[in-house]
Design a protein around this ligand. Structure first.
Ligand code: PA5
Length: 435
């Protein structure tokens, strides 16, 4: 079970304050689980975790095996909820540099359609030069501009390289089962498709083919992921403060009420960075509305202690932190000895890097708490494929409960449309003409 430790938040609220929230948290949790709240037509993610392989998962595994066999590179096209989950999973499990040394049999994985940058696009073209590749076009609506532009271009590249029929065996569309331009295109062109269920929003879609196909291509055991999430459904269904979901959701709301409007999620694992990006979207899009919301940001420690550390320690006191820890890996690294000791490190000789990291963590928590920054600690334990599934489900559940506690609909994102409307007007998209 993921453990949540709130022993470093008591400067902001008391145990009676926390216990006084019991009814509110109970009601938020019930609202979510019984589907009686706003946004209840988007609760399909609660039912996604499964223990047994479904037909869809079997097809995903077969598609992944074929991609691994015939491709040097796999390109994942999508943005927001249609991109962050798979990247978070792959980089957490295999590190940000996982592509180095990969190729046919275990393809490199690159991302497209998550920006409008020409430099980014040109870089992808260079990376694809001379390579056999396959693509997943991911878009629930099928109309999002960034992935739509990349989809058009990559589809042409594939058709030029392999012919229309050859390209068909390298294109996978992940989209709504019935609606949208991508669904229509896939049907017309005969591409293999996977479904984003209509009742699953983008940021809650990591346990559909959106996350599972790229994870399987990367060699992650997606049944382990699903089983981890499946067990989590039961583990975190407890209706009391024994439940770490309750502790996290209630604490962050109490901290917000006491003026802490920013939450900094950090980990001492560099591979966690994109998971932080996924979490940022999950909480940001779910909670930031009606003039309310905790602003979610993420950081990588110890690296960012040398950039954001000063601000955290002594800047405006409107911040709290959530630090995620994992158990150390089996393979140890040890600080060696050097008889000259010019670097003065011999006092650490024979110590594991984990030991040094642990002291850095403890020292950081103590310093930040002293500096007026409450810290929630999340101990995730061993990191493996099953834990990955548990973590996704855990944070999704925390987010649903927390957003209902805040009094907002966790499942819509009306604000995201505003930039699009302006952009479409400027681009002259039919239907968006300037009045
Ligand atoms: O969480 C969300 O709903 C969004 O981030 C979407 O996933 C994102 O805007 C992409 O949308 P689509 O999958 O329709 O292309």
């Amino acid at each position: 079970m993921i453990k949540v430790d709130i022993s470093n938040v008591w400067s902001q609220f008391s145990l009676p304050d926390l216990l006084a929230m019991e009814k509110e948290v109970m009601s938020a949790h019930e609202t979510l689980m019984t589907g009686s709240g706003e946004g209840n037509d988007f609760l399909g993610w609660l039912e996604l975790p499964v223990w047994e392989e479904t037909d869809e998962i079997r097809r995903i595994r077969m598609a992944a095996a074929s991609i691994r066999e015939n491709s040097d590179v796999f390109v994942v096209v999508g943005i927001g909820g249609s991109y962050l989950g798979p990247r978070a999973a792959i980089e957490l499990m295999q590190g940000a540099n996982h592509n180095i040394g990969k190729g046919r049999g275990n393809p490199q994985i690159f991302y497209a359609g998550n920006s409008l940058s020409t430099r980014g696009w040109n870089e992808l073209l260079r990376l694809l030069e001379g390579k056999d590749f396959s693509v997943a076009f991911i878009s629930k609506s099928g109309t999002t501009t960034e992935p739509a532009i990349a989809t058009r271009a990559l589809r042409w590249m594939l058709e030029r390289k392999y012919g229309t029929d050859g390209a068909k065996h390298r294109i996978y569309a992940i989209t709504d089962p019935a609606k949208g331009a991508l669904r229509q295109m896939a049907t017309e062109e005969g591409w293999e498709t996977f479904v984003i269920p209509p009742d699953v929003g983008g940021r809650y879609s990591v346990l559909t083919a959106v996350g599972l196909l790229p994870m399987a291509v990367a060699g992650i055991d997606i049944m382990q992921v699903m089983q981890g999430a499946f067990s989590a459904r039961k583990t975190y269904d407890v209706r009391s403060f024994e439940n770490p979901v309750w502790l996290y959701a209630a604490s962050r709301n109490l901290l917000y009420r006491s003026g802490k409007a920013i939450e900094l999620l950090s980990s001492f694992e560099p591979g966690f960075k994109m998971f932080g990006g996924w979490w940022q979207q999950l909480f940001g899009e779910s909670e930031g509305k009606d003039g309310k919301g905790i602003f979610p940001v993420s950081a990588e420690f110890t690296a960012d202690l040398h950039s954001l550390g000063q601000m955290i320690q002594q800047g405006e006191r409107n911040l709290f932190e959530t630090m995620v820890r994992f158990a150390p890996p089996a393979q140890k690294a040890i600080v060696g000895s050097d008889w000259k000791n010019l670097d003065g490190l011999n006092y650490l000789e024979g110590r594991t890097l984990d030991f040094v990291d642990e002291q850095a963590y403890l020292g950081t928590v103590a310093a930040h708490v002293d500096g007026g920054v409450p810290v929630i600690s999340v101990d995730a334990g061993d990191l493996n494929d099953s834990k990955l599934g548990e973590m996704f489900y855990f944070f999704e559940l925390c987010c649903g409960v927390s957003a209902y506690l805040l009094g907002v609909n966790p499942f819509n994102q009306p604000g995201v449309e505003f930039y699009k409307r302006n952009m479409f007007q400027l681009l002259g998209k039919p239907g968006y003409e300037q009045k």
